[in-house]
Design a protein around this ligand. Structure first.
Ligand code: MN
Length: 286
C-alpha cells in the first residue's frame, strides 16, 4: 500500500497514477487531549486502518497525483534519526574533499553513532527546498528512509524489520560547515520526504534496493543499499539500544557517494526502486 498526504492535510492511497482520498479513515483516531502522544497516531494505527483505507479507495474516484501539493507522508514523527557516512565510498569522498569535511575529522559511523534532525525541517515534494545560506555549499543527500511502526526498545537486528511500518525516499539536505550536523541539517525545508510511503509488506527487503539522484537531469548519485555499512535492521538495533523508537519515528539510513551542491533554480529527482521518484525544486530564500 502506498500512502501519501496532500493539499490541506488530506490522506491518499496511491494506485498507479492516481490518488484516492481516504482521509475519512482517520476518523477512527483520537480524540486526543493534552499531553499529545509522542508518536505519530496514523502510523501507530496503520495495521487497523489499512482495510478501511482500501475500502474507501475502492469507493472514491482517483485524481492524478502529478500536480498535487504533496506533503510529507506522515505528519507527526516524534524524531528524525539519521545515520552519517554509512556508505564506504561516501566516507572516502568526504575525507578527500575539504568542501565536505571542513577540517573536521570525518569519523566512521561505528565511532560517532547517529544524529537527530529537527522535525520542523520536514517538507513533502509539493514544496521547495529553500536555500537559506547561499554563500555556503548546500548539498543533496539521497537516502532510503524507514518509518517505524511499532515501539522498539532494545530490539535485536533479527527482530528489527518487524518494527518497520513503511519506507520512503528522503533528502537529507545539508549546509556544509564546521557546526554540528544536527544544526546544519535542520534548516527549515532540509528534510524532504515522499512522494509517498510504501508499507513494509509491499516494499519487502530493504537490503538490496537501487537508489539514484539527478540534478537538472545530470546523474549525481547511483548506488544500492547492499553497500550500507549499517543496514536498516542494524540501525534499529543500535539506535533502539540508546532510545525508544516510537511509531512514526523516521530513520534516514545515510547517503552514498556523489553528494554535491545545489542552488536556487535546480530540480532534484530522487528515485528509489519499489517506491518511485521524488521531484523537488530548489529555491533561494529571499
Ligand atoms: Mn545524510
Amino acid at each position: 500500500m502506498r500512502i501519501c498526504r496532500f493539499a490541506d492535510d488530506r490522506v491518499g492511497l496511491v494506485r498507479g497514477d492516481l490518488v484516492h482520498d481516504v482521509t475519512a479513515a482517520l476518523d477512527a483516531l483520537g480524540p486526543y487531549s493534552y499531553p499529545l502522544p509522542r508518536h505519530d497516531p496514523m502510523v501507530a494505527a496503520l495495521p487497523d486502518l489499512m482495510a478501511t483505507m482500501e475500502r474507501l479507495a475502492d469507493e472514491t474516484e482517483g485524481r492524478p497525483w502529478a500536480g498535487l501539493d504533496l506533503l510529507p507522508p506522515l505528519a507527526n514523527p516524534g524524531k528524525i534519526v539519521a545515520a552519517p557516512v554509512n556508505y564506504l565510498k561516501h566516507l572516502e569522498e568526504a575525507r578527500g574533499d575539504e568542501g565536505i569535511h571542513f577540517k573536521n575529522q570525518v569519523e566512521v559511523i561505528e565511532r560517532v553513532g547517529c544524529f537527530l534532525k529537527a522535525t520542523s525541517s520536514m517538507i513533502g515534494a509539493g514544496k521547495a527546498v529553500r536555500i537559506r545560506f547561499p554563500e555556503r555549499r548546500n548539498d543533496h543527500e539521497l537516502e532510503l528512509v524507514a518509518v517505524i511502526g511499532r515501539t522498539a526498545d532494545r530490539v535485536s537486528a533479527k527482530d528489527a524489520l518487524d518494527h518497520v511500518a513503511a519506507y520512503t525516499i528522503g533528502l537529507d539536505m545539508t549546509v556544509r560547515g564546521p557546526e554540528e550536523r544536527s544544526m546544519r541539517k535542520s534548516i527549515d525545508t532540509y528534510s524532504v520526504l515522499g512522494p509517498w510511503m510504501v508499507t513494509a509488506d509491499e516494499f519487502g527487503d530493504p537490503s538490496d534496493v537501487d537508489i539514484e539522484l539527478t540534478v537538472n537531469g545530470e546523474m549525481r548519485q547511483k548506488a544500492n543499499t547492499r553497500d550500507l555499512i549499517f543496514g536498516v535492521a542494524d540501525l534499529i538495533e543500535w539506535t533502539s539500544s540508546y532510545y525508544t523508537l516510537h511509531p512514526g519515528d523516521v530513520i534516514f539510513t545515510g547517503t552514498p557517494q556523489g553528494v554535491g551542491p545545489v542552488n536556487g533554480g535546480d530540480v532534484i529527482r530522487a528515485t528509489i526502486d519499489r517506491i518511485g521518484t521524488l521531484t523537488v525544486a530548489v529555491e533561494q530564500e529571499s
